[in-house]
Design a protein around this ligand. Structure first.
Ligand SMILES: [Zn+2]
Length: 163
């Protein structure tokens, strides 16, 4: 991230962060950089005030762009944070929809064995029952035992349909 001091055609000066100098140049060319004060798209880079170098360091002057981060987040950063928050609140719903889909698929293709899932899964595993897809309820303890016996199964939250 680099900080540029920009100036619009009306003379407003403001600071703006860009990913790198190429990003700035690309946005500037497409007039995507607007004045923070009046929205004017005719924005040019203003020269940063030269930083005072330490004594004896004469090469240290005129540093542009400045590479230290600003203390307060810019409007752009706040916007990015808000977008992330919006995605986060959306996620559970999408996850729920995905799980409903999985549930529908399982119900269509597998046999419901209710709370006899562990018993039935074991029978299938040891060839006592026909090999088929089953689903049902199982306790944590039963699931643990099945896993120990090397029986293949998957667990997922059984979400209610609709809301
Ligand atoms: Zn302006």
């Amino acid at each position: 991230m680099i900080l540029y001091r920009l100036r619009c055609s009306k003379g407003h000066e403001f600071d703006s962060w860009f990913k790198d100098s190429k990003t700035y140049e690309r946005q500037e060319k497409k007039s995507l950089v607007g004045c923070a004060v009046c929205g004017d798209a005719k924005v040019t880079r203003a020269l940063m005030a030269p930083r005072l170098g330490t004594k004896g360091n004469k090469k240290g002057a005129a540093v542009t762009p400045v590479e230290t981060p600003p203390p307060a987040p810019t409007a752009e950063q706040i916007q990015a944070q808000q977008q992330m928050a919006a995605i986060a609140t959306k996620m559970p719903k999408e996850l729920r929809e995905a799980l409903v889909k999985v549930r529908t698929e399982i119900e269509k293709n597998c046999e419901h064995v209710g709370d006899k899932f562990a018993e039935e899964a074991r029978k299938i595993h040891y060839g006592e029952s026909d090999k088929r897809g089953i689903y049902g309820e199982t306790s944590d303890k039963e699931a643990e035992e099945l896993a120990e016996e090397g029986i293949e199964f998957g667990r997922l939250p059984w979400v209610p349909r609709g809301n």
